[in-house]
Design a protein around this ligand. Structure first.
Ligand code: DAH
Length: 342
């Protein structure tokens, strides 16, 4: 067999080896075997110079052609194999995004939060602004500025948590009334949700609970505005048929002071064994009153020019009534079996 025939045979062998390679790794072996540094074809090319002069041209041409053909076959097959391998890998690594995800337990709004949101939304709808204040409060804002001077017996009724340096945990949201009025000129229309603290713990009292305070100060506000506003809120919260009644009461920072009851939204007063109102037909809902002129003076408002009304309610209590929850402490235990019901 002469040199060109040998080259032709090597080429045929190489091409079929290329075609038979099943992976890029196998293909690389084929390349090394037929075109590598110690491959026969490579050696042939290196030793062309030693051939008789009349053969050099022909053998050289054949060797180069064979090399080029093998190279082309290698790269074509490499492209095919790479594509097939990528396809296979993608298939193996595929994520089925139509499979349902792993469910995680969803949270719920706390019953008290639902009440707060609803009441705040009602007042925001009337044009009130949401205001907030600190839970660690000074004695001045919590008591003195609200017409409860040092030594006044009313301070005893609030079972205060006293801190150092004249600070207290606020016993009500009313100090935010003072902070708001000091920070702006009238007219004032604010609704103030917040946490408050008292040394109390039994089925209907917890040391921390929530209040929603409201304050309106403007020219010409009267008890009629207070009644109209709060009765509208009660109807929005408990239903259109809800009736309200106002009883005289006493708070240091309002004069006159009232408490508002709402007709029982369960029995409407018709069931002597009603679980919600205990047969009374009425539910106590909030304290309110016309802002005491002494409080207006304290913040630098002229009580001859401005009048105001204020009110405070307990959204925890309202949630207990609305959802028929017997023990306030359930609200703070974070028991999912309880919370899932809302
Ligand atoms: N601060 C009172 C309390 O905690 C509730 C209250 C009563 C707030 C009358 C008011 C009000 O704004 O006018 O018992």
């Amino acid at each position: 067999m002469d040199a060109t025939e040998r080259i032709e045979k090597l080429k045929t062998e190489a091409l079929s080896a290329v075609a038979g390679a099943g992976s890029t790794a196998e293909l690389e072996d084929v390349r090394v075997k037929y075109l590598g540094r110690s491959a026969e074809l490579t050696n042939t090319k290196k030793s062309i110079g030693r051939l008789p002069a009349e053969q050099r041209r022909e053998v050289g041409r054949a060797a180069n052609l064979a090399t080029r053909e093998i190279e082309e076959a290698l790269s074509e097959h490499a492209a095919r194999l790479t594509a097939a391998e990528r396809e296979a890998r993608l298939k193996a690594e595929a994520v089925d995004i139509t499979l349902p995800g792993t469910p995680y337990p969803k949270g719920h709004l706390h019953p008290t939060q639902r009440v707060i949101d609803e009441v705040v939304d009602f007042f925001v709808g009337l044009g009130y602004r949401v205001a907030e204040g600190p839970e660690v409060e000074t004695d001045y804002y919590n008591f003195t500025a609200l017409n409860i001077p040092p030594g006044h017996p009313a301070r005893m009724m609030q079972a205060t948590f006293f801190l150092d340096d004249g600070l207290v945990l606020r016993t009500h949201t009313s100090p935010v009334q003072v902070r708001t009025m000091l920070a702006q000129e009238p007219p004032v229309y604010v609704i103030v949700p917040g946490r408050v603290y008292r040394r109390d713990s039994d089925p209907t009292h917890t040391p921390m609970f929530n209040q929603i305070e409201g304050l309106a100060v403007d020219r010409g506000l009267s008890l009629a505005h207070l009644k109209g506003t709060l009765a509208a809120m009660a109807r929005s919260f408990f239903g259109e048929k809800t009736k309200t009644r106002f009883r005289p009461s006493y708070f240091q920072f309002t004069e006159p002071s009232v408490e508002m009851d709402v007709s029982c939204f369960v029995c409407g007063g018709s069931d002597p064994n009603c679980k919600v109102c205990k047969g009374a037909g009425w539910l106590e809902m909030l304290g309110a009153g016309m802002v005491d002129p002494a409080v207006l003076e304290e913040v630098g408002y002229d009580p001859e020019e401005y009048t105001g009304f204020a009110f405070g309610m307990g959204p925890d209590r309202m949630a207990m009534v609305r959802y028929g929850i017997p023990d306030l402490r359930l609200f703070f235990e974070g028991d999912l079996r309880f919370l899932r019901q809302f």
